[in-house]
Design a protein around this ligand. Structure first.
Ligand SMILES: Cc1ncc(COP(=O)(O)O)c(C=O)c1O
Length: 403
């Protein structure tokens, strides 16, 4: 069978990345890894989950947990999320919330909802590579989302027409973005809404890291600013994607989308067709753990991750040669490094794995056009202070040797 002949055209955009191949080497025990953008498993609320599962299996809820359920998601969990959303200025009801299997599924569904082949998605330059992966299946073009530039709405429209479609949405990771760690301030969020209004397109707000702020003032979510402008969630154009992956546990695959009802109703139809609903058992467990211990869990994460971030920033200050710059995130998991123009992040990774045994993610994969090869992403979430000091010292040595 010649499988390539029978695959749909959209599959041509879905390629295994060479970076993933390199990163497979990370299982080797002597490697210091700043590569994975994942939570530290030592910090998972294991006991709370053990109790939640034991408790629900010892009672009548076991039958509900093992049964099919509604596509919208487990109502008490949606109710709890609605309360959390209201606390950050997003006045909504359970009807504005869909539970998804991770926020990654929401990104896939939003691609399916909005993108016809050739349409344009506006994305950051760089942006979350998983969003590019999700949208790619719908065969879009990408254009650079840069509300601070002087580009007019007409200019975005003209570029989209040239690419064979229309501008369909702007996607942004508003807090402690993956990969840069950067947070959009309120002015930038309003500028983005202005641009979206003049293009009359939705904004997809990826809030995967929003709860993990270590210092500085919280900035209202774009959806909250949109509600302030428009008078209520039913008049908004922003779709907020949240996740329990970075705070409670990614393995349970529970995330959510918040938006005006017509959008949620469409997403519910997509979910019905795709997987009926997210795991009932996992939603119930997440609800039990969140309602009793979410704030304490997040406080614990902030405490540990903020000191790892401080540690990494101090080590970079000590070890990096002139010509290397980096971001100073107020939260999340990532520091984004810009190397001198002639150093390629992917080549550096190959050298680093061979000689220094330090892993990171080369930056090119986060750019829709594969540009800006002289960048790398470091994650501080899983490394202990001695590893951070040693790993950054080795990386600094390698960069000095090729600079
Ligand atoms: C910015 C961003 N959005 C979404 C996701 C997907 O997370 P999940 O599907 O586990 O909620 C990730 C995961 O790394 C991410 O970094």
């Amino acid at each position: 069978m010649d499988w390539e002949q029978v695959f749909a055209t959209r599959q041509s955009r879905m390629k295994a990345s060479e970076i993933r191949e390199l990163l497979k080497l990370l299982d080797q025990p002597d490697i210091i890894s700043f590569a994975g953008g994942i939570p530290d498993p030592a910090l998972f609320p294991k006991e709370a989950f053990a109790n939640a599962f034991a408790d629900l299996f010892s009672g009548l809820q076991a039958e509900q947990a093992l049964q099919y359920s509604v596509s919208e998601g487990y109502l008490p969990l949606r109710d709890w999320i609605a309360g959390q959303m209201r606390d950050i200025g997003i006045d909504c009801t359970t009807d504005n919330i869909l539970i998804t299997s991770g926020s990654q599924q929401a990104l896939d569904y939003l691609g399916k909802l909005f993108l016809s082949p050739g349409d344009t998605a506006l994305v950051g330059w760089p942006t979350y590579m998983g969003a590019l992966g999700a949208f790619n299946a719908y065969e879009p073009s990408y254009d650079r989302l840069d509300p601070a530039s002087n580009r007019s709405a007409a200019d975005y429209v003209a570029s989209a027409e040239e690419a064979g479609g229309e501008v369909k949405f702007a996607y942004t990771s508003s807090d402690f973005a993956n990969p840069t760690g950067i947070t959009l301030d309120e002015r930038a969020r309003n500028a983005l809404l202005d641009l979206a209004e003049s293009l009359d397109i939705p904004v997809i707000e990826d809030a995967a890291y929003q709860g993990l702020r270590y210092d500085g003032e919280a900035v209202p979510p774009i959806l909250a600013l949109d509600i302030q402008r428009s008078g209520g969630i039913e008049n908004t154009r922003t779709i907020y994607c949240g996740s329990f992956s970075k705070t409670l546990a990614p393995g349970l695959r529970v995330g959510w989308a918040v938006a005006a009802k017509p959008v949620i109703q469409r997403l519910v139809l997509i979910k019905q067709a795709a997987d009926l609903h997210s795991s009932t058992l996992n939603q119930i467990a997440i609800h039990r753990v969140a309602k009793d211990g979410f704030a304490d869990q997040v406080a614990k994460l902030r405490d540990v991750y903020s000191s790892r971030r401080d540690n990494m920033l101090a080590a970079l200050e000590r070890e990096m040669p002139e010509g290397v710059t980096w971001t100073r995130p107020e939260g999340g998991m990532f520091v984004w490094i810009t190397l001198p123009a002639h150093i390629d992040g992917a080549t550096l990774l190959a050298q680093s794995l061979e000689t220094e045994r330090v892993a990171f993610v080369p930056g090119r994969a986060f750019f829709a056009d594969g540009s800006n090869g002289n960048t790398i992403r470091l994650s501080f979430s899983c490394a202990r202070p001695p590893e951070i000091n040693e790993g950054i010292a080795r990386l600094g040595r390698l960069i000095r040797s090729v600079a």
